[in-house]
Design a protein around this ligand. Structure first.
Ligand SMILES: Nc1ncnc2c1ncn2[C@@H]1O[C@H](COP(=O)(O)OP(=O)(O)O)[C@@H](O)[C@H]1O
Ligand SMILES: [Mg+2]
Length: 236
């Protein structure tokens, strides 16, 4: 007799999950609800774009996903752990372990070379300088920047800085990368090149990508698009 497996196969754990997420900013007597009852999950390999007009709350949502700011109510969990249950140091460690970040403005450290910038998350995680630099060089190769490894950010173009920022975001092999308007500060041609690179990196890694953007072309390259509108996250 063939044994019947009655157990459901265990569902993969979400990398990130939001439950009943609300965010209200208080400015004196004024209260502004930016996010209203947001529920969604991100799984390994997902490529999600979140679009929305300026001021719709995209950066606010990304900051909640990254644990950089806490919700007014509801929960955000990274790898099953609720940010609100952790202290700041624990949040920092969890973030370093599981996430990478790319911003509109590269946020590279001016005093450090491209290689040192890309190595930084590994140094923070406690790797030796030698190992961190070796891994960072591998990532710089992936973004086609190894020839500029010793250059400082001021010596690089906008597109090159974003390449280094992508290398830094991916150097720890994170579960998820959060990108806030990654092409927002680039001219059209450079934006298209960075777009293509993001696509290639996303397709060749198990890392989930969550991209907040008003660049429709970049959004359409992802396999799921959601729109923030009046605090709600809607299917497109
Ligand atoms: N720290 C803050 N304090 C008060 N209001 C804020 C703060 N950050 C953002 N806001 C407000 O929240 C809304 C959403 O902002 P934001 O998340 O930056 O939007 P987006 O990234 O989509 O342009 C805006 O109305 C903005 O003015
Ligand atoms: Mg923003």
């Amino acid at each position: 007799m063939t044994p019947i497996n009655t157990e459901e196969s265990p569902r993969e754990q979400a990398v990130l999950s939001c439950q009943a997420l609300n965010k209200t900013y208080t400015e004196g007597p004024q209260k502004v609800q930016v996010l209203a009852n947001i529920n969604f999950e991100i799984f390994s390999g997902d490529r999600l774009a979140i679009i929305g007009s300026s001021g719709s709350g995209k950066t606010t949502l990304l900051n909640m996903l990254g644990g950089l700011d806490l919700p007014t109510s509801g929960s955000v969990k990274l790898a099953g752990k609720d940010y609100a249950q952790l202290n700041q140091k624990q949040r920092g460690q969890l973030r370093n372990q599981h996430l990478g970040f790319v911003y509109q403005f590269h946020h590279l450290l001016a005093e450090f070379s491209a290689l040192e910038n890309a190595a930084m998350p590994l140094l923070i995680a406690g790797k030796s300088m030698k190992q961190a630099k070796a891994q960072a060089l591998e990532l710089l190769k992936k973004v086609n920047m190894e020839k500029r490894a010793e250059h400082k950010p001021a010596e690089l173009s906008g597109g090159e800085r974003q390449r280094v920022a992508l290398a830094r975001a991916l150097v720890t092999n994170p579960s998820c990368v959060l990108l806030d308007e990654p092409t927002g500060n680039l001219d059209q041609q450079t934006a298209a090149q960075v777009q293509a690179l993001i696509r290639e990196l996303a397709e060749n890694s198990g890392t989930a990508f969550v991209i907040v953007t008003h660049d429709i072309e970049l959004a359409e390259q992802q396999n799921r698009v959601l729109r923030l509108d009046q605090g709600q996250l809607l299917a497109v």
